[in-house]
Write a protein that binds this ligand. Structure first.
Ligand code: IMP
Ligand code: MG
Length: 184
């Protein structure tokens, strides 16, 4: 197995997540917020982020799967609808109507997932909608979309740890590491 190389240490993550929490607290002007974490990658980030926010906060989780993984067979055509590659595998448990929603992502890569989720969640008619992503890889973007809060902007390298996986492994590693030899 290729060795992991630390890109962002657990200390750097904690410092930056606390800064993001303070920013969200001051931007929210005392209003309650609902964090919506994207499973499974954002679970650890969400857990840390919500504890740095000094607001009345609740959270939900949403699960998505990508049709992009379907390489052949009758479903293959679904992979090539420009924004329709993503489907919901676990929906939120309540309506977000009238709520201040902050979608929490592990990483913003091509933008397909976020574009899909933004459209879906705006359909709930929230009072406000913001996006917090731990990592951003702007060089990989296929659709023009940005997050309101970005932890770290990184180069086009495949990273794991702090919730991020490769084939479901490495999510529990406390630091963010580069996994050499993986093409995103
Ligand atoms: P997007 O739809 O291309 O923006 O993809 C976002 C999703 O791709 C993330 O939520 C991750 O699950 C996955 N992803 C993209 N880049 C990486 C990476 O470097 N490591 C682990 N997962 C990644
Ligand atoms: Mg993910």
């Amino acid at each position: 197995m290729d060795p992991l190389k630390i890109l962002i240490t657990r200390e750097q993550i904690a410092t930056r997540v606390a800064e993001m929490g303070r920013q969200i607290t001051s931007d929210s002007a005392g209003e309650p917020v609902i964090f919506v974490g994207v499973l499974k990658g954002a679970a650890i980030f969400l857990g840390d982020l919500v504890r740095t926010v000094e607001l009345e906060a609740t959270f939900e989780f949403i699960g998505v799967a990508s049709y992009g993984r379907v390489a052949a067979g009758p479903e293959a055509r679904l992979a090539w609808d420009s924004t329709g590659e993503v489907r919901v595998t676990k929906d939120v448990d309540q309506s977000l109507r009238g709520k201040n929603v902050i979608l929490v992502e592990d990483i913003l890569d091509t933008g397909l997932t976020l574009t899909f989720l933004k459209r879906l969640l705006l359909g709930h008619q929230p009072k406000s909608f913001r996006v917090a992503t731990l990592l951003d890889k702007p060089s990989r973007r296929k659709l023009a979309i940005e997050a309101d809060y970005v932890g770290f902007t990184i180069a086009d390298e495949f990273v794991v740890g702090y919730g991020l996986d490769y084939a479901e492994k490495y999510r529990n590693i406390p630091d963010i590491c580069v996994l050499p030899g993986v093409v995103g």
